[in-house]
Design a protein around this ligand. Sequence first.
Ligand SMILES: Cc1ncc(COP(=O)(O)O)c(C=O)c1O
Length: 446
Amino acid sequence: MANTDHALTWQTNDLDAFWLPFTPNRAFKRAPRLISRAKDMHYFTPDGRAVLDGLAGLWCTNAGHNRDPIVAAISRQAAELDYSAAFHFAHPKAFELASRVVALAPADLNRVFFCNSGSEAVDTALKIALAYHNVRGEGARTRLIGRERGYHGVGFGGISVGGIVNNRKFFGTLLAGVDHLPATYSREHQAFTKGEPEWGGHLANELDRIVALHGASTIAAVIVEPMAGSTGVLPPPKGYLDRLRAICDKHGILLIFDEVITGFGRLGHAFAAERYGVTPDLLCFAKGINSGAVPMGGVIAREGVYNAFMQGPEHTIELFHGYTYSAHPLACAAGLAALDLYRDEQLFERARRLEPRFADAAMTLKNLPGVLDVRTVGISAGIDLAARPGAIGERGYEAMERAFHDEDLVIRITGDTLAIAPPLIVSEAQVAEIFEKTARVIRAVM
Ligand SMILES: Cc1ncc(COP(=O)(O)O)c(C=O)c1O
């Protein structure tokens, strides 16, 4: 077909060409959920419906959507400097943003490596951990330890240490030499807990067992999400993270926190590391760094990790890793504006103050039919629904569809688990609205 013919037949509402990520494409294209505009707590559909965002984009728009200072910073930056080479050159805002991130991080987590997503942040952290041991002459430390039910993005490193079967089973043999801690969730012991469960701290001792099996001298790093978001909001049991830290210290193993969801206020602090008083050696972030406005991720390293690389002749590259768009000017400009908003509007403190009322509102779902568990921590909630016999995930999918089409609400689903994590600017009235709408949705799908 000639190009001109193609132009004539092509329609702006043709849904065929776009292969949607992590989405059932056929079901979506039969009943699309389209969003064309957003402001603060709301999306707007092409036909003008206002839809309440119960998920902060995808756990990322922590300051709300299309905030004026972020929009202005991006457009100013686009006019000033679109791009400059990321290797061997740098632009001032990369240093400024790194300094601002470091100021928010605990202890000596004070060197920032930028990338463009959570997946890249995880693969970057895993590579830094392996290379760190290598440059120190402990190159036999090659094993990486993840956790069942962990989500660390979709790179080969991330899916290897991750613990979600469907993200792994289609993709071959993955990284060699990976082992997994058990998941920290037990419905029997933890159902309907607000915040960190009392039961489960002892599960960190499984790391001792893994160390005994493989030998500490073969293990490079342990990676966990302080709170596992993607498998349905699993807060860490009390004492669990401290125990992991102690075991890692005992054996010279690096501890990596994947804070892609928990970073920038979700748990009422800049980082979960601060909430739990546990400092990892490497900390992955993304999403909230610029309130989801431009793709960006990064890894914060402790000074000692960075220093281990700073040796050899000065003209040589210390870490053979990086991305064309590491510290992209637009992402940095958006990041600086987002961090200003978090500070000026005290959004992390706001989340901390709101947490008890958010948890109470979530627990109003407790006695609805088919609700097996409700968990909350910070401004996030996970709600497990009973699966329909022989159709795992169908009820959850229908809940998400009904929330959007019937209740003008965006929620997240993982199988039959609903997740709610609105922007940190959410009002108390909107919290109530989100859970009232969710209650109606749950009743409708039972
Ligand atoms: C803990 C965690 N790590 C990594 C990722 C991957 O981030 P991205 O989708 O930006 O690659 C996510 C995404 O939700 C996440 O929750």
